[in-house]
Design a binder for this molecule. Structure first.
Ligand SMILES: [Zn+2]
Length: 115
C-alpha cells in the first residue's frame, strides 16, 4: 500500500464518521414533512375532498386513496400532501408531484360523490 492509498483511506474514514455523527440524532418520521398545498377552496372542491375522504370508510380528514389515480390506488403516508384540513396520501412520488402541481383539477376529475 503506498502513501496515496493511505491518504485516501484516511479521508474516507473521516467522511464516514462525520456523516454518521450528523445523521444519527434526528429520527424524523416520514409523515412529518408534508407540504401544504395552496388551493382556493370552492364548495365543489370541498365536496370532492369530503367524498374522497369518505371512500376509505372513515371521515377522518385523511384521504387514503391516491387522488392522482382517481382513488383507484391506495395512497401511502410516505407521499402525503396537506390541502385545506385534509391529509392527502398519494401512491407515488409522481402522483404527489402531479397532485401538488394542480390539486384542483385532479380533485374535480374524481368521480362525483354518490347521492
Ligand atoms: Zn397514484
Amino acid at each position: 500500500m503506498n502513501k496515496h492509498h493511505l491518504l485516501l483511506l484516511a479521508s474516507i474514514c473521516v467522511a464516514l464518521t462525520a456523516c454518521d455523527r450528523e445523521t444519527k440524532p434526528q429520527p424524523e418520521p416520514t409523515t412529518a414533512a408534508s407540504p401544504r398545498v395552496e388551493l382556493q377552496l370552492t364548495d365543489e372542491l370541498r365536496a370532492r375532498l369530503a367524498a374522497a375522504d369518505a371512500v376509505d370508510g372513515k371521515t377522518d380528514h385523511v384521504i387514503e386513496k391516491c387522488v392522482s389515480c382517481k382513488l383507484q390506488m391506495g395512497g401511502t403516508p410516505e407521499f402525503t400532501s396537506t390541502v385545506a384540513d385534509y391529509r392527502v396520501q398519494l401512491c407515488s412520488a409522481g402522483c404527489k408531484k402531479a397532485f401538488e402541481g394542480d390539486p384542483g383539477k385532479l380533485l374535480l376529475a374524481l368521480p362525483a360523490a354518490k347521492p
